[in-house]
Design a protein around this ligand. Structure first.
Ligand SMILES: [Zn+2]
Ligand SMILES: [Zn+2]
Ligand SMILES: [Zn+2]
Ligand SMILES: [Zn+2]
Ligand SMILES: [Zn+2]
Length: 224
């Protein structure tokens, strides 16, 4: 047995197994954990994790059996080992976060993918938050960035008050100023229109005045 090779961290530790009576049948000699995705040696019928044996062989020119057989021929997990694996009850890897689930050897992986007790990193405070509390946390976390619905600028939730006082009001003032500018432009346009109309009226007035003068003159001539 190649004693130099030991996988430091088993993927599945025995403290997660509630009812393990046949440890030797389900233990990987390379990582010393419960086998994950087990494969056997066709000679000795003993099993290892498929990742562990792959790593073990990657350093060897000729693949050896980690249990000491001179040649290694990979086989599927032998029946007795599978039967013991099927009886195991395994706790969820997120037990420390509050998950009480107890799972069979074949189900624990799919449970853990969806487990509500796994951690997620908050983009605001960068703390790990349990998945089931994540949404609520993000709705309240003072360090999460939010967008002001008034002025569209971004700031951390904790700065909301100071934003409204300092930045947003300034932005709103700026917006109001530009609205005032717009109004002024409109106003001067209207003024120009009014000037034109007045000019027209004045021209009309001159016309009518001349007309009146002419008719008066004609009438005077006729009367005279
Ligand atoms: Zn292993
Ligand atoms: Zn062997
Ligand atoms: Zn769980
Ligand atoms: Zn947070
Ligand atoms: Zn704002």
């Amino acid at each position: 047995m190649d004693s130099l090779f030991v996988n430091k961290q088993p993927r599945l530790t025995f403290d997660r197994v509630i009812n393990c009576n046949y440890v030797q049948l389900v233990k990987c000699c390379l990582c010393h954990g419960l086998v994950v995705d087990p494969v056997g040696c066709a000679n000795c019928d003993r099993i290892t994790c498929s990742v562990c044996i792959h790593n073990f062989h990657s350093t060897q020119s000729e693949p050896k059996c980690p249990y000491g057989c001179t040649t290694y021929i990979k086989s599927s997990c032998p029946k007795p080992n599978s039967i013991v694996l099927d009886t195991l009850k395994i706790t969820c890897q997120y037990k420390a976060n509050g998950c009480d689930a107890v799972l069979s050897y074949n189900d624990y992986t799919s449970h853990e993918i969806d487990c509500h007790y796994q951690l997620r990193n908050c983009p605001g405070c960068e703390q790990d938050i349990i998945k089931k509390d994540f949404e609520q946390h993000c709705d309240q976390c003072p360090y999460v960035s939010i967008v002001c619905d008034q002025c569209s600028s971004t700031f951390q939730r904790k700065d909301t008050d100071s934003h409204i006082v300092a930045v947003c009001l300034r932005v709103q003032l700026h917006q109001q100023n530009s609205q005032i500018e717009e109004l002024k432009v409109k106003e001067s346009e209207q003024q120009t229109k009014m000037d034109l109309m007045e000019e027209k009226l004045q021209k009309n007035e001159v016309f009518w005045l001349e007309f009146y003068n002419t008719t008066t003159r004609i009438r005077n001539m006729l009367d005279g």
